[in-house]
Design a protein around this ligand. Structure first.
Ligand SMILES: Cc1cc2nc3c(=O)[nH]c(=O)nc-3n(C[C@H](O)[C@H](O)[C@H](O)COP(=O)(O)OP(=O)(O)OC[C@H]3O[C@@H](n4cnc5c(N)ncnc54)[C@H](O)[C@@H]3O)c2cc1C
Length: 384
């Protein structure tokens, strides 16, 4: 067993941290307050290969492995979760194209994302469909050599800034079994009948764009089908297995950012004639925050390491990492605010934002309750 990162990985961490300190951290409050997508910072990140980081080199990406991309996410999220998500989610959805897409789709859709010329998204959730993905009702009907798509997609990251989306649709409403009859279809944002309605007023990750998508008789060529027709649900579940370790990485980044800021503050702030870090109650908080962050980190790194070693995600480990790291992110951000006292309650200090940003990691890409359901299902060797 070797826990050491390679020299290249240490260097990658260092480079991303420098970028995060110079470009992300100083601008975080502005993008949070104004709820605006950080196009300029995303462009700079693209030059460093941070957008589409895991897209293979032959499609213009940096070709980073799963552990590399966890390291990138950790450093960026420790600087600011909203801007970090805006950078890293520019390729959200492309995992499905990479895994199941045709050569033509990979060339057409992956390259622009990898170069920072396009932004993608994954559209699964609907107003009435969240945890129960099998209740997706967006309909794609075949008409000649095209699909005609109708439905609404809710809470879609990059919804109003994205160029294309991998949309989960019902293609065969008469299919037997609740998991059959779905397909993943690429929908470009410039198609007639496509509309995005930006959602404002989010609690956290406010720099990240979120929108509702309205698909009204949107026609796409049949070549936009990703993988096999009617096998989309199973493809979607594999997609989540792959991306959940990424959300775990977001969690450890948030926990690290909050824990570091709390440690710094505890050594500076004085009460009763000495730094608050001298009080045992604060010391215990700091000890727990840093210990739990390290535990979450090890679980997340192991989940990523399994992907790099074995070529595919370990469903149970990915869910364990996502559930635990997101829980620690929320807990650590909460304690960081507590250590800051009243100052932690206003946006002069980053921890106020971390507290709001952390919560999303327990909700998207499968809530905490759903992760526990998956873990228990895997423990008992049961399928869907
Ligand atoms: C900022 C943001 C960005 C998002 N980005 C995307 C995106 O890019 N693409 C996309 O498709 N979706 C996205 N989502 C949607 C997100 O994935 C869903 O919100 C999430 O899956 C939960 O679904 P829901 O909101 O409908 O909650 P519900 O499914 O209605 O759940 C409500 C509550 O009930 C619990 N619950 C539900 N079923 C069970 C059960 N069987 N057992 C126990 N408890 C249960 C849940 O855990 C939760 O606590 C995003 C959401 C947000 C807020």
């Amino acid at each position: 067993m070797d826990f050491a990162l390679t020299d290249e990985q240490e260097q990658l961490k260092e480079e991303v941290r420098r970028f995060a300190d110079n470009e992300v951290r100083p601008n975080a409050t502005e993008y949070d307050v104004e709820e605006k997508f950080p196009h300029d910072i995303v462009d700079e990140a693209a030059k460093m290969g941070l957008t589409g980081a895991t897209i293979p080199i032959e499609y213009g990406g940096a070709g980073y492995g799963a552990l590399d991309s966890v390291l990138i996410a950790e450093e960026l999220f420790a600087a600011d979760p909203g801007i970090a998500l805006s950078i890293l989610a520019t390729s959200f959805g492309t995992e499905a194209i990479l895994e199941y897409g045709t050569e033509e789709q990979k060339e057409e859709f992956l390259e622009p994302v990898a170069k920072g010329d396009a932004i993608s998204g994954a559209a699964i959730s609907e107003p009435d469909t969240g945890s129960d993905v099998s209740s997706v009702s967006t309909r794609a009907e075949k008409d000649g050599d095209e699909y005609v798509i109708n439905g609404n997609k809710m809470w879609i990251t990059n919804g109003s800034v994205g160029d294309f989306f991998v949309v989960l649709c019902k293609t065969d409403p008469d299919a037997d079994g609740r998991y059959n009859g779905f397909s993943q279809i690429i929908v470009e944002a410039d198609r007639d009948g496509f509309e995005a309605d930006k959602i404002t007023g989010k609690m956290g990750i406010r720099a990240s764009d979120t929108a509702e998508l309205i698909l009204d008789d949107v026609r796409v060529p049949e070549e936009n089908l990703v993988g096999s027709e009617n096998a989309g649900f199973y493809q979607q579940m594999n997609f989540f297995d792959a991306t959940r370790t990424g959300v775990a990485a977001q969690g450890i980044g948030i926990a690290k950012g909050a824990a570091e800021r709390a440690l710094e503050y505890a050594q500076e702030r004085e009460q009763f004639g000495r730094p608050i870090g001298d009080f045992q109650a604060i010391q215990h908080k700091l000890a727990d925050m840093h210990t739990e962050t390290e535990a979450a980190r090890n679980l997340t790194y192991k989940s990523a390491w399994e992907v790099d070693e074995g070529g595919s995600p370990n469903t149970m480990l990915a869910s364990m990492a996502k559930e635990f790291a997101s829980r620690i992110a929320v807990k650590t951000a909460n304690e960081a605010v507590q250590i800051h006292g009243g100052s932690g309650y206003v946006n002069d200090f980053d921890v106020e934002r971390f507290y709001r940003d952390a919560k999303i990691t327990q909700i998207y890409e499968g809530t905490t309750e759903i992760q526990k359901m998956i873990i228990a299902r895997e423990l008992q060797g049961k399928g869907f």
